[in-house]
Write a protein that binds this ligand. Structure first.
Ligand code: ZN
Length: 100
């Protein structure tokens, strides 16, 4: 018997890659492949390109389509618990690196 109740698995390395769900398409992806959108303690919503901003975060694919989906279907504002205005949305697209 294994005291922890967890089977030792050979592919344990896979587990170490943190995965997050895109609020746009809903797919699980590597955290690194996603963009973090953060709502700061002051209530400002912005792209977190460093991954170090504090606040409540949501993850989205690096694509305008997913950001658009996340905003239009109100999943981003639900995740951040704050309304995402047109201005915020425009800024997110503006700050999107290598926009597609
Ligand atoms: Zn996506």
């Amino acid at each position: 018997m294994n005291p922890s109740g967890v089977k030792p698995v050979k592919q344990q390395k896979i587990k170490k890659i943190p995965q997050r769900k895109c609020v746009g398409c809903g797919e699980m992806k590597d955290k690194k492949a996603l963009l973090r959108i953060v709502r700061s303690p002051e209530g400002e919503i912005s792209l977190d390109l460093t991954g170090k901003k504090s606040g409540r975060g949501a993850y989205v694919c690096r694509s305008k389509e997913c950001i658009a989906k996340a905003v239009k279907e109100k999943r981003l504002e639900r995740a951040l618990e704050k309304p995402v205005t047109e201005e915020v949305y425009a800024k997110l697209l503006e700050d999107l690196p290598d926009g597609q």
